[in-house]
Design a protein around this ligand. Structure first.
Ligand code: ZN
Length: 122
C-alpha cells in the first residue's frame, strides 16, 4: 500500500476526537510541503515528505508553523487536479494547508537555500 501521512490528531488517545476545535489548536503545517498534522505527530514522525531533507538535527518546531489557512485532503496526488494547482503532486496523501501565513524562519531559509529549494507560499 502507498505510504500516506497520518490524519491530523488521529490516534491521539489523550483527546476526545470529537473535539475538533481543541484539536485544531494543536495543528501545525510544514513550511516546505504544507503538510498539516498535530504537533505530536510531527514530533514523533517528522514530516512525511521532508524528513530526509532535514535530518535528525532539526526539530519540527523549526520547520512548522500554526499560522496557515484552509485545509485540503489529498487522496491521490498523482491524478488530482487540485494537487497540480497547489503544486503538491509529488507529496504523500494527507492533509495540506491551502496557504501559509507566516514567513519562513531565517535558519530554515538558510538550510533550504543550501539545498537549492524554493518555498512557494500560496
Ligand atoms: Zn514537509
Amino acid at each position: 500500500m502507498q505510504r500516506c501521512a497520518d490524519v491530523p490528531a488521529h490516534n491521539e488517545g489523550n483527546r476526545d476526537p470529537s473535539d475538533f476545535a481543541l484539536t485544531n489548536k494543536t495543528l501545525v503545517c510544514c513550511f516546505v510541503c504544507r503538510l498539516v498534522k498535530s504537533r505530536n505527530q510531527f514530533s514523533e514522525m517528522g514530516c512525511d515528505n521532508c524528513k530526509n531533507l532535514f535530518g535528525p538535527s532539526i526539530s519540527f518546531e523549526d520547520y512548522t508553523t500554526p499560522n496557515f489557512s484552509g485545509m485540503i485532503s489529498i487522496m491521490d496526488p498523482k491524478t488530482s487536479w487540485a494537487c497540480k494547482w497547489l503544486h503538491l503532486g509529488k507529496y504523500v496523501p494527507g492533509c495540506y494547508a491551502m496557504a501559509v501565513n507566516d514567513d519562513v524562519p531565517e535558519d530554515l531559509q538558510d538550510i533550504l537555500e543550501n539545498k537549492g529549494i524554493k518555498v512557494r507560499h500560496g
